[in-house]
Design a binder for this molecule. Structure first.
Ligand code: F6R
Length: 243
Protein backbone atom coordinates (compact mmCIF):
# COMPACT_ATOMS: atom_id res chain seq x y z
CA UNK A 1 0.00 0.00 0.00
CA UNK A 2 1.24 3.46 -0.84
CA UNK A 3 0.28 6.54 1.18
CA UNK A 4 1.10 9.95 -0.22
CA UNK A 5 1.47 12.81 2.24
CA UNK A 6 1.37 16.23 0.62
CA UNK A 7 3.33 18.97 2.36
CA UNK A 8 3.50 22.69 1.80
CA UNK A 9 7.23 22.90 1.14
CA UNK A 10 10.64 21.38 1.90
CA UNK A 11 10.56 22.42 5.58
CA UNK A 12 7.16 20.87 6.08
CA UNK A 13 8.27 17.69 4.24
CA UNK A 14 11.34 17.46 6.47
CA UNK A 15 9.30 17.85 9.67
CA UNK A 16 6.73 15.25 8.69
CA UNK A 17 9.35 12.74 7.55
CA UNK A 18 11.30 13.24 10.80
CA UNK A 19 8.08 12.72 12.79
CA UNK A 20 7.50 9.39 11.07
CA UNK A 21 11.06 8.25 11.86
CA UNK A 22 10.70 9.57 15.42
CA UNK A 23 7.47 7.59 15.88
CA UNK A 24 9.29 4.48 14.68
CA UNK A 25 12.04 5.01 17.28
CA UNK A 26 9.49 5.67 20.06
CA UNK A 27 7.51 2.54 19.19
CA UNK A 28 10.62 0.37 18.82
CA UNK A 29 13.69 1.91 20.46
CA UNK A 30 16.01 -0.68 18.91
CA UNK A 31 14.72 -0.07 15.37
CA UNK A 32 16.94 -0.76 12.38
CA UNK A 33 16.81 2.36 10.22
CA UNK A 34 17.80 2.19 6.57
CA UNK A 35 19.28 5.61 5.78
CA UNK A 36 19.93 7.67 2.66
CA UNK A 37 22.26 10.51 1.70
CA UNK A 38 21.70 13.22 -0.93
CA UNK A 39 20.24 16.69 -0.50
CA UNK A 40 16.61 15.72 0.20
CA UNK A 41 16.98 14.07 3.65
CA UNK A 42 19.25 16.78 5.10
CA UNK A 43 16.27 18.65 6.63
CA UNK A 44 14.85 15.39 7.96
CA UNK A 45 18.13 14.67 9.77
CA UNK A 46 18.19 18.22 11.10
CA UNK A 47 14.76 17.70 12.67
CA UNK A 48 15.83 14.36 14.16
CA UNK A 49 18.88 16.04 15.72
CA UNK A 50 16.56 18.68 17.18
CA UNK A 51 14.32 15.94 18.58
CA UNK A 52 17.34 14.42 20.28
CA UNK A 53 18.48 17.80 21.66
CA UNK A 54 14.97 18.46 23.05
CA UNK A 55 15.11 15.16 24.88
CA UNK A 56 12.28 13.70 22.80
CA UNK A 57 14.40 11.09 21.02
CA UNK A 58 16.84 8.47 22.21
CA UNK A 59 19.11 6.81 19.62
CA UNK A 60 21.05 4.68 22.12
CA UNK A 61 19.59 1.41 20.86
CA UNK A 62 18.98 2.41 17.22
CA UNK A 63 20.88 0.57 14.50
CA UNK A 64 21.40 1.89 10.99
CA UNK A 65 22.28 0.57 7.56
CA UNK A 66 22.90 3.01 4.72
CA UNK A 67 21.83 2.49 1.14
CA UNK A 68 25.12 3.04 -0.61
CA UNK A 69 28.73 4.22 -0.62
CA UNK A 70 31.35 5.16 -3.22
CA UNK A 71 33.96 2.49 -3.92
CA UNK A 72 37.52 3.58 -3.27
CA UNK A 73 36.90 6.78 -1.29
CA UNK A 74 38.54 6.99 2.11
CA UNK A 75 36.04 7.60 4.91
CA UNK A 76 37.57 10.95 5.81
CA UNK A 77 36.94 12.27 2.28
CA UNK A 78 34.14 14.79 2.69
CA UNK A 79 32.35 13.32 -0.35
CA UNK A 80 32.07 9.85 1.19
CA UNK A 81 28.65 8.86 2.46
CA UNK A 82 30.35 7.79 5.68
CA UNK A 83 31.42 11.41 6.14
CA UNK A 84 27.95 12.69 5.19
CA UNK A 85 26.16 10.52 7.76
CA UNK A 86 28.52 11.54 10.54
CA UNK A 87 28.28 15.17 9.53
CA UNK A 88 24.48 15.34 9.29
CA UNK A 89 23.33 12.86 11.92
CA UNK A 90 25.59 10.45 13.78
CA UNK A 91 27.89 12.88 15.58
CA UNK A 92 24.94 14.98 16.77
CA UNK A 93 22.93 12.21 18.47
CA UNK A 94 23.59 9.43 20.99
CA UNK A 95 23.70 6.62 18.44
CA UNK A 96 26.30 3.95 19.18
CA UNK A 97 28.69 4.19 16.22
CA UNK A 98 29.22 0.43 16.37
CA UNK A 99 25.58 0.10 15.40
CA UNK A 100 25.92 2.25 12.27
CA UNK A 101 26.72 0.53 8.99
CA UNK A 102 27.50 1.54 5.42
CA UNK A 103 28.92 -0.55 2.60
CA UNK A 104 32.71 -0.55 3.05
CA UNK A 105 33.92 1.70 0.25
CA UNK A 106 37.52 1.03 1.27
CA UNK A 107 37.17 -2.70 0.50
CA UNK A 108 38.64 -3.17 -2.99
CA UNK A 109 37.24 -6.67 -3.41
CA UNK A 110 33.75 -5.73 -4.54
CA UNK A 111 32.28 -9.19 -4.22
CA UNK A 112 33.49 -9.40 -0.64
CA UNK A 113 32.23 -5.90 0.20
CA UNK A 114 28.76 -6.65 -1.17
CA UNK A 115 28.43 -10.09 0.42
CA UNK A 116 29.58 -8.78 3.77
CA UNK A 117 27.10 -5.92 3.60
CA UNK A 118 24.17 -8.23 2.89
CA UNK A 119 25.31 -10.34 5.88
CA UNK A 120 25.38 -7.26 8.12
CA UNK A 121 21.85 -6.27 7.10
CA UNK A 122 20.65 -9.78 7.82
CA UNK A 123 22.50 -9.96 11.14
CA UNK A 124 20.83 -6.77 12.42
CA UNK A 125 17.45 -8.19 11.42
CA UNK A 126 16.68 -6.15 8.29
CA UNK A 127 15.38 -2.60 8.04
CA UNK A 128 12.30 -1.74 10.11
CA UNK A 129 12.08 1.52 8.19
CA UNK A 130 14.00 2.39 5.02
CA UNK A 131 14.36 6.07 4.11
CA UNK A 132 14.78 6.82 0.39
CA UNK A 133 15.34 9.80 -1.84
CA UNK A 134 14.29 9.70 -5.49
CA UNK A 135 16.70 10.33 -8.38
CA UNK A 136 15.57 12.36 -11.42
CA UNK A 137 15.71 9.19 -13.53
CA UNK A 138 13.83 7.16 -10.90
CA UNK A 139 16.90 5.64 -9.27
CA UNK A 140 16.82 4.54 -5.63
CA UNK A 141 20.16 3.98 -3.97
CA UNK A 142 22.49 3.65 -6.97
CA UNK A 143 20.01 1.36 -8.76
CA UNK A 144 19.90 3.08 -12.14
CA UNK A 145 17.35 2.40 -14.92
CA UNK A 146 18.14 -0.97 -16.49
CA UNK A 147 16.69 -4.08 -18.13
CA UNK A 148 16.24 -6.10 -14.97
CA UNK A 149 15.93 -5.26 -11.26
CA UNK A 150 19.18 -6.06 -9.40
CA UNK A 151 18.27 -7.90 -6.23
CA UNK A 152 21.16 -7.78 -3.77
CA UNK A 153 23.92 -5.36 -2.79
CA UNK A 154 26.15 -4.95 -5.82
CA UNK A 155 28.84 -2.80 -7.38
CA UNK A 156 27.69 -0.28 -9.99
CA UNK A 157 29.64 1.66 -12.59
CA UNK A 158 28.68 5.32 -12.33
CA UNK A 159 27.43 6.79 -15.57
CA UNK A 160 29.57 9.40 -17.31
CA UNK A 161 26.88 12.01 -16.55
CA UNK A 162 27.01 11.25 -12.82
CA UNK A 163 30.81 11.50 -12.88
CA UNK A 164 30.56 14.82 -14.76
CA UNK A 165 27.92 16.10 -12.29
CA UNK A 166 30.06 15.15 -9.27
CA UNK A 167 33.27 16.56 -10.70
CA UNK A 168 32.72 19.91 -9.04
CA UNK A 169 33.10 18.33 -5.58
CA UNK A 170 36.55 16.89 -6.35
CA UNK A 171 39.99 18.26 -7.22
CA UNK A 172 39.68 16.79 -10.73
CA UNK A 173 37.48 14.41 -12.75
CA UNK A 174 40.09 11.70 -12.12
CA UNK A 175 39.41 11.87 -8.40
CA UNK A 176 35.68 11.20 -8.82
CA UNK A 177 34.92 7.61 -7.88
CA UNK A 178 33.93 5.50 -10.89
CA UNK A 179 31.98 2.91 -8.95
CA UNK A 180 29.75 2.55 -5.92
CA UNK A 181 28.33 -0.20 -3.76
CA UNK A 182 24.56 -0.11 -3.35
CA UNK A 183 21.79 -2.13 -1.76
CA UNK A 184 19.85 -3.91 -4.49
CA UNK A 185 16.15 -3.52 -5.18
CA UNK A 186 15.53 -6.76 -3.30
CA UNK A 187 17.50 -5.49 -0.29
CA UNK A 188 15.37 -2.34 -0.26
CA UNK A 189 12.06 -4.15 -0.80
CA UNK A 190 12.70 -6.41 2.22
CA UNK A 191 12.35 -3.41 4.56
CA UNK A 192 9.20 -3.64 6.69
CA UNK A 193 8.31 -0.02 5.95
CA UNK A 194 9.58 2.43 3.37
CA UNK A 195 9.59 6.22 3.62
CA UNK A 196 10.34 8.25 0.49
CA UNK A 197 11.09 11.97 0.68
CA UNK A 198 10.74 14.11 -2.46
CA UNK A 199 10.88 17.85 -2.95
CA UNK A 200 10.84 20.31 -5.81
CA UNK A 201 9.27 20.87 -9.22
CA UNK A 202 12.25 19.20 -10.90
CA UNK A 203 11.04 15.89 -9.40
CA UNK A 204 7.37 16.31 -10.47
CA UNK A 205 7.64 14.22 -13.65
CA UNK A 206 9.53 11.37 -12.00
CA UNK A 207 7.05 11.30 -9.07
CA UNK A 208 4.29 10.81 -11.62
CA UNK A 209 6.19 8.15 -13.58
CA UNK A 210 7.46 6.24 -10.54
CA UNK A 211 4.33 6.15 -8.42
CA UNK A 212 1.53 6.43 -10.99
CA UNK A 213 3.08 4.82 -14.06
CA UNK A 214 3.82 1.20 -14.96
CA UNK A 215 6.18 -0.86 -12.79
CA UNK A 216 9.38 -1.27 -14.80
CA UNK A 217 13.13 -1.57 -14.15
CA UNK A 218 13.46 1.44 -16.48
CA UNK A 219 12.06 3.44 -13.54
CA UNK A 220 13.56 1.58 -10.56
CA UNK A 221 11.45 3.39 -7.90
CA UNK A 222 8.26 2.13 -9.61
CA UNK A 223 8.80 -1.23 -7.87
CA UNK A 224 7.81 0.50 -4.62
CA UNK A 225 4.19 0.32 -5.84
CA UNK A 226 4.44 -3.42 -5.04
CA UNK A 227 5.59 -2.90 -1.43
CA UNK A 228 2.96 -3.41 1.31
CA UNK A 229 3.87 -0.32 3.38
CA UNK A 230 5.23 2.76 1.61
CA UNK A 231 4.80 6.37 2.68
CA UNK A 232 5.79 9.10 0.24
CA UNK A 233 6.20 12.52 1.85
CA UNK A 234 6.34 15.02 -1.00
CA UNK A 235 5.92 18.75 -1.23
CA UNK A 236 3.38 20.48 -3.46
CA UNK A 237 5.95 21.24 -6.13
CA UNK A 238 6.95 17.56 -6.40
CA UNK A 239 3.28 16.58 -6.63
CA UNK A 240 2.37 19.26 -9.17
CA UNK A 241 2.03 16.77 -12.07
CA UNK A 242 -0.19 14.36 -10.15
CA UNK A 243 -4.05 14.49 -10.25
C1 F6R B 1 21.35 8.54 -1.59
C2 F6R B 1 20.92 7.84 -2.78
C3 F6R B 1 20.31 8.49 -3.97
C4 F6R B 1 19.55 9.78 -3.72
C5 F6R B 1 18.96 10.36 -5.02
C6 F6R B 1 18.26 11.68 -4.78
O1 F6R B 1 21.91 7.65 -0.64
O2 F6R B 1 21.08 6.66 -2.79
O3 F6R B 1 19.46 7.55 -4.60
O4 F6R B 1 18.52 9.54 -2.79
O5 F6R B 1 20.00 10.53 -5.93
O6 F6R B 1 19.21 12.62 -4.42
P1 F6R B 1 18.82 14.10 -3.93
O7 F6R B 1 18.10 13.91 -2.62
O8 F6R B 1 20.12 14.80 -3.75
O9 F6R B 1 17.93 14.68 -4.97
Amino acid sequence: MMRIIRTKDYEDMSKKAANIIAAQIVLKPDSVLGLATGSTPIGTYKNLVEGYRNGDLDFSQVKSVNLDEYRGLPRENDQSYYYFMHDHLFRHVNINLENTHLPDGTEADSEKACMEYEAIIEAVGGQDLQLLGLGHNGHIGFNEPCEEFEKLTHCVNLTQSTIEANKRFFASADDVPKQAYTMGIGTIMKAKKILVVVSGADKAQIVKDAFFGPVTPQVPASILQMHPDVTVVADEAALSKVE
